[in-house]
Design a binder for this molecule. Structure first.
Ligand SMILES: Cc1cc2nc3c(=O)[nH]c(=O)nc-3n(C[C@H](O)[C@H](O)[C@H](O)COP(=O)(O)OP(=O)(O)OC[C@H]3O[C@@H](n4cnc5c(N)ncnc54)[C@H](O)[C@@H]3O)c2cc1C
Length: 140
């Protein structure tokens, strides 16, 4: 579920207040942190541009960037529910074969592990004076 209006002038909802996910894939907190860092990133940009951090333009950018991450995370969680919620024999067999395949293919296994650990969502870029240029917060 998600709220219809996650931002208003001077107000931005983050975490469960903005979106709640099925806990099956354990992604909600990871997503909340990425959302928070996207918000901080937009605050930083607003500061550089001399715009107030509560301006709807600033908060709207947070909303639209984070929405993409949120939608992808929901799709990932929902696909796991659909896949593991099926008890039909052919689907269960394909699922088991897929799990064996995942174990045999290191690249696929790494991709899935990063996804499951919440490391594949949007990576916010927060350059503060004194930060190393490559220093980023969030995930790729
Ligand atoms: C079983 C389960 C397992 C999970 N496992 C994982 C996992 O492995 N990895 C992961 O990333 N995520 C996981 N999650 C999701 C994660 O718990 C949430 O995404 C995360 O807690 C959201 O943090 P939040 O601070 O936004 O909201 P919440 O943790 O829901 O915090 C909101 C707080 O506000 C308080 N509150 C509510 N209304 C009021 C009010 N009117 N006045 C004052 N206080 C109020 C509540 O009591 C609560 O303490 C799991 C969730 C569940 C249910």
């Amino acid at each position: 579920t998600t709220v219809a209006e996650p931002v208003r002038p001077g107000v931005a909802l983050v975490g469960n207040a903005a979106h709640a996910l099925h806990p099956v894939a354990g992604q909600g907190f990871n997503l909340a942190l990425r959302g928070l860092m996207t918000l901080v990133e937009q605050f930083r940009l607003a500061q550089e541009q001399g715009i107030g951090i509560g301006d709807l333009e600033v908060l709207g950018r947070y909303q639209s960037l984070h929405r993409q991450d949120w939608q992808q995370t929901v799709r990932f969680s929902d696909s796991l529910i659909r896949l593991f919620g099926q008890s039909m024999a052919p689907v269960a067999a394909a699922r088991d074969a897929g799990l064996v395949g995942l174990d045999l293919l290191p690249g696929a296994k790494r991709w899935f592990a990063r996804k499951a650990m919440g490391l594949s969502g949007r990576r916010a870029v927060i350059d503060r004076p004194g930060n190393r240029p490559q220093e980023t917060i969030g995930h790729e």
